[in-house]
Design a protein around this ligand. Sequence first.
Ligand code: OGA
Ligand code: NI
Length: 359
Amino acid sequence: MVLEFDPAFIQAPEHRPKPAVNEAGGIPLIDLSPLYLLERHGGQPVAGLEVLVAQVEAACRDWGFFQVINHGVPPAVVERAWAASRGFFALPPEERRRVRRDEANPLGYYEAENTKNVRDWKEVFDFVVHEPAVIPSPGDAGGGGVDRLIELRNQWPKFPHGFREALVEYAEATEELAFKLLELISLTLSLPPKRLHGFFKDQTSFIRLNHYPPCPSPHLALGIGRHKDSGALTVLAQDDVGGLDVRRRSDGEWVRVKPIPNSFIINVGDIVQVWSNDKYESAEHRVSVNSERERFSMPFFFNPAHYVMVKPLAELVDEKNPANYEEYNWGEFFKTRLNGNFKKLDVENIQIYHFKKAK
Ligand code: OGA
Ligand code: NI
């Protein structure tokens, strides 16, 4: 019997994964232990910090993507989060759908996301890291008019037991890491370490549990179509299956990110690209699927408050280096993205290059 493959999932030929993806890609691996030495020395300069800052700078500049080890998130916390995620996606579909997202609440379970108007081969569970998260109402058209604000609250499932506790603990630990990375990025831009922290008061960060079931036609579909993350940065845990591909800047090739135990993958998002006035670029990435093994991942999307106006940092622009972007409002951008991923659009979803100034 020939099973029909749902055309909604089929990628255009130029976007389909090639059977062999380069694994020797050289994505930077960075040891964060100097950060913890710094803490133990009460903030006094320690050997290794300068080297670390230089590594982060090179990784942000050349890749927009890197992996970190000795990051301070306890392995047991990550393990409990994996167990919660596996337990949730193993529930019967009707149980998962009890916490399904809808037009009123974009948080919870969802199995039908589109990236660039093609359906992704995945299902997700989203929750915000700080409740309530305030954003402009996704139902409103926006664009000049005054938006209503809504307060997003998490929809926690009753099962598996301990799901919420495990994920709240994971969120706290990864948020701490995200702030450390933000400090490092500030240092690489020759700014005071806490220069960017203020944008994250009232943050709209969220964590996504991704589940990619085995796919009967992995050569036609993608777990997530090619995209860039729109927030400031992403802290992602992946299991040992592999499938995350990054576009290498030097030659445009897709490179598979090799799973490394007890590591996180960090990627620069669109906001850091704008803040840095293109010193750093958010890297394009996607997820390939396979026909044998299901795959799990857990990204933490580190997002500022809805009212933040995103624009190149004043310290980094002057007459010789003018701002490359018009400012835009994060809440509006985020809301428009949420809508675009939820519905199929006739036009391209919002992108930061829409705010790029003509040269
Ligand atoms: C994402 C993403 C990668 C992965 O959710 O935005 O890029 O490995 N995920 O699941
Ligand atoms: Ni992504």
